[in-house]
Write a protein that binds this ligand. Sequence first.
Ligand code: COA
Length: 361
Amino acid sequence: MAENGLLEVPRGLDKVVVDTTSIAATDKDGWLIYRGYKATELAAKLHFEKAAYLVVYGSIPNDAKLKRFSSFLESNSSIDGATDEVIGLLPMDAKVIDGVRSVVSMLPLRQKKPDMQMLEMAAKMPRIISNCYRAKRSMKPLGCIEGNYAERFYYLLTGKEDVESARYFERLLILYMEHEFNASTFALRVTASTLADPQAAFTTALATIKGPLHGGANAEILNYMLKMKRKSEAVELVDRKLGNKEKIMGFGHRIYKTMDPRAQFIKGQLRTLSKSRKMGKLLEMAEAVEKEMWVKKGLPANLDFYAAIYMYLLGIDEAFYTPIFAAARSFGWAAHYMEQVANNKLIRPDSRYTGRTGLKL
Ligand code: COA
């Protein structure tokens, strides 16, 4: 206990429990669970819409509820012409994630209820991401295709109608969907706790996810992985970066200290995917880097490490990586917004002042 009856907690709120949640957790065996189910099992067996419904509403939907939810996502997925004009005005060098954040902050919403507004923004994310990317490359927006959420999203990223690749992609989206009080979700809950509107909370989360210690990590992994020519270079790469006191993106995690189950699941998917794409060498090199990081630093690969390679093999441009994470996580954000406002308490910590006192003018 610090002075004045205040409670002093570790910096970065490391290992500090700040509130309850019934949405997701890491269980005692290190598995990430969504509403009681292992996230990796959901990724293996469910389509995105069903998993998203579970995260948002807390239970697996029956067919009628799933149909309503899926058609809500589809019918709310488009954006109006004025929003497209705003996208056209974004600076040419704006990153996709910056464009998405700016657009979401002023998006005209059809839905009136706050929970439905959160879902409407989530539904529009694939279209906003695609149009922001294409506008900066002087490409016309893509049209719409028939299909589920992952198939439509995959098409908007690659221009390809490819059910098999979309199914691989969908598994990653499910694993990206939720992770209890991660930085962007916590930031969203801080904004929601002030009783700001859903759009303000969603924008806060989008701003927070951008950082390389959070959602921005996945966009930096290919920078070093694609420079490698053979797996024996892993030792040199890790030694050089650690010697320079650089952080190696895709390693370490606040919660997972020995193994990130999501990373291991995606690595398993990569084994089949890399065979069919004849790109096994990249996976071999990645495993060599993973091994070397464990030996030299005792840090496990996190989801982003294998996700970056996975998306590369799926033919997705690196500029999309962080926005894809944000789009998937936006369903987790919707659940957390609702949970926060349903039992609200303003989130406003205190601090220990270390500045000067008693100065006179
Ligand atoms: N590469 C090299 N060293 C790393 C590292 C990495 N990726 N991640 C952590 N470390 C080191 C830190 O330098 C620190 O070393 P020290 O004790 O010698 O100072 C130690 O491991 C603890 O790291 P710290 O950053 O304090 O842990 P944290 O719990 O606050 O941070 C992350 C967790 C995720 C922010 C951190 O592991 C990281 O920056 N990883 C890289 C970014 C990334 O992949 N982000 C995606 C997360 S899903």
